[in-house]
Design a binder for this molecule. Structure first.
Ligand code: CUA
Length: 189
């Protein structure tokens, strides 16, 4: 083979390798664009299935979020539910009690502006929108006290808006919650 012929062959190999990679890269980009379009259309066409609303004007007067029903409930079947209300600039109750290593369902709403909360460094994190009930279920692995700050800017008092969450060992929680109406760690409640 002459050197001209071999360089011609090398150029041919390089060219077909480049063409192959072009096809692969274009295919990857096409797949990514298709995923974006399909998921976008899917979510636009199917909004979240459980949207729960609540009347802000009668929230304090009747229904699930009256004051006497706020705090932690231990149901007869062992289910643990925490109900709380956010308003400028506090949470009610100000201190929550939950058991460790147990599924805990939070149900919360806001009476005025958009608030939100996150419990310490856990994944318990939600927005609270007036007129809607935010709900999620989580379990706390570590016992001890966690801070629960509001994490949506809600006005001049935003940075002072926070609550505490006491995660008790499961047995201690069960003995406290048994027979109690609703549990919280606010003194005198
Ligand atoms: Cu409530 Cu920020």
């Amino acid at each position: 083979m002459t050197s001209a012929a071999s360089s011609h062959a090398a150029a041919h190999v390089a060219e077909s390798a480049e063409r192959r990679w072009t096809i692969i890269v274009v295919a990857i980009v096409a797949v990514l664009v298709a995923i974006t379009v399909v998921t976008g259309l899917h979510w636009a066409a199917m909004p979240p299935s459980r949207v729960e609303t609540v009347d802000v004007k009668t929230l304090h007067l009747k229904g699930e979020f009256v004051e006497s029903n706020l705090g932690t409930e231990l149901a007869a079947d062992g289910k643990v539910t925490v109900r709380l209300v956010a308003q400028q600039y506090s949470f009610q109750p100000q201190c929550l009690v939950v058991p460790a290593d147990t599924p805990v369902t939070f149900r919360a709403t806001s009476t005025d502006a958009i608030h939100g909360f996150v419990v310490g460094t856990t994944n318990a994190n939600t927005m609270l929108v007036p007129g809607f009930v935010a709900t999620f279920t989580t379990a706390f692995r570590k016992t001890g006290e966690q801070l629960m700050p509001c994490h949506e800017y809600c006005g001049t008092g935003h940075e002072a808006m926070w609550a505490r969450v006491q995660v008790l060992p499961r047995d201690e929680f069960l003995s406290k919650a048994r027979g109690a109406e609703r549990l919280s760690c606010v003194p005198g409640k």
